[in-house]
Design a protein around this ligand. Structure first.
Ligand code: DOR
Ligand code: ZN
Length: 466
């Protein structure tokens, strides 16, 4: 006898890029059967009129735990994920303290255990020579991959990342030079890990920022701000990173790509056989610099959202596979912090809960298809990070399922979000196509935009084959 049957839904297959009316049968948390035949189960859900997608995987979440838990914490963040149709998250390591060795990874996995509403994996952080000999221990402890904030300085005492480095600043280790960065790539290659980078050339940004006379610049001059953090900043770092990946054989993953120039470099590198993958984030696909007057500072994220032309290139790159998947870069801050000067306020906003709805809305508008959504939100992230039994609706895979109502129209609203600081640049945007039920390993965890039950998330096993 099966535990659960989801009957009569349109099942979305990212691998074959097709949709078929099928019943899904679940036993012990996994998909046990799939097809047209009718069988009994302890519990049956009628999914007629709904689509069934594999649970979304958001590989780029800043849940801020430990550290700035007034901005977000793991319980709130994973509740937001569940409601938004995301059943697996990877938590970013720039917390306070940060995740710098195998012990930190194990501690974080254990600490999150009774707080997780969805399954989760952990990122490790590279601080160059400071923890070069610890990278392998993070893999052995189960970290999904290693992140490197290229061009960021490091606090000498706490080893926290310094976001706005200026020359001569005291008590900081200045951004690493290319030699030290090269050593990270070499180590990553030897360890057969994934190195994911935040790709912005900080020296260029520093210079352009120094040259801008902010006393003559309005607090909300997005164009001026963008002139200090242009596409060139992404281009320079992506180009260097690709060269280092080519030379060392390390697998390079480029996080949150924002520009046409960046996409073109990745397209060429892939054609040349370099081991490189890349992601972009929903805010780069659904917003451009032109939206700033209407949206305001909530859309300040790093790297900055760029032009309409860049936005078009990102869509083209996602559609042709140059960009492998999307991830939210969920990075909330307090509302008080998101006021005042654009130049000074922290960057980031909520994303984990709205990523799938935004993509479903793009399906409603005819821009993409549901199987494509399943590919870039589930299948590809699972493949790249080697997340076991996730990302597809196939026998033996975890029954992480999202039931989607493509007829449902309702706006995204800050007040409906489940994050600790429910703030998004998409507040007020009408969306057609919503996740209405989320199942994690066969258990209903969210329904009609609310959480159901207690935290039952478990560590996901990430074994990237690089
Ligand atoms: O906008 C951002 N916010 N970009 C990052 O890279 C970091 C993040 C954060 O942690 O707030
Ligand atoms: Zn991030």
């Amino acid at each position: 006898m099966f535990d659960l049957a989801i009957k009569g839904g349109w099942v979305v297959d990212p691998v074959r890029q097709e949709i078929k009316k099928q019943n899904i049968y679940v036993k012990d948390g996994r998909i046990a059967a799939l097809g047209e035949s009718d069988a009994n189960a302890l519990e049956t859900r009628d999914a007629s009129g709904l689509y069934v997608l594999p649970g979304g995987i958001d590989t780029h979440c800043h849940f801020r735990n430990p550290g700035a838990t007034e901005k977000e914490d793991f319980a709130h963040g994973t509740r937001a994920a569940a409601v938004g149709g995301i059943t697996t998250v990877l938590d970013m390591p720039n917390t306070n303290p940060a995740v710098l060795d195998g012990i930190d990874v194990r501690k974080k996995i254990a600490y999150f255990h009774d707080k997780a509403y969805v399954d989760y994996g952990i990122w490790g952080l590279s601080l160059g020579d400071l923890n070069l000999d610890k990278l392998l221990s993070m893999k052995e402890a189960g970290a999904a991959a290693i992140k490197f904030f290229w061009g960021y300085a490091i606090d000498t005492k706490t080893h926290a990342l310094v976001y706005n480095y200026t020359k001569g600043k005291e008590d900081v280790i200045p951004p690493l030079d290319d030699g030290e960065v090269y050593a990270i790539f070499r180590q990553i290659a030897a360890n057969r890990q994934i190195l994911a980078i935040h790709a912005e050339n900080s020296a260029l940004i520093r210079r352009l920022t120094e040259e801008l006379d902010t006393s003559k610049t309005a607090d909300d001059d997005y164009a001026a701000f963008l002139s200090t953090r242009p596409s060139l900043a992404e281009e320079l770092t992506v180009a260097t990173a690709i060269s280092m990946a080519r030379d060392t054989g390390a697998h390079l993953h480029i996080l949150h790509m924002t520009s046409r120039r960046g996409v073109e470099l990745v397209r060429r590198a892939k054609a040349d056989g370099v081991s490189v993958t890349a992601e972009t984030a929903p805010h780069y696909l659904f917003l451009s610099a032109e939206d700033f007057p209407a949206v305001g500072p909530m859309m300040k994220v790093y790297p900055l959202i760029k032009s309409k032309d860049d936005q078009a290139a990102l869509w083209a790159g996602l559609l042709d596979g140059t960009l492998d998947f999307i991830a939210s870069d969920h990075a909330p801050h307090r509302i008080e912090e998101k006021r005042g000067s654009l130049f000074k306020m922290p960057s980031g906003m909520c994303g984990v809960e709205t990523m799938m709805p935004l993509m479903l809305d793009a399906v409603s508008r005819g821009k993409i298809t549901l199987p494509f959504v399943a590919r870039v939100l589930s299948q590809r992230p699972a493949e790249i990070y080697g997340i076991e039994r996730k990302g597809k609706l196939e026998i033996g895979f975890d029954a992480d399922l999202v039931l989607v109502d493509m007829q449902k129209t309702r706006p995204i609203r800050n007040k409906d979000l489940h994050s600790k600081q429910p703030l998004t640049a998409f507040d007020g945007r009408s969306i057609t196509g919503w996740p209405v039920s989320t199942y994690l390993r066969g258990r209903l965890i969210a329904a009609d935009h609310e959480i159901v039950g207690d935290p039952g998330g478990q560590p996901a096993h990430c074994r990237a084959a690089v």
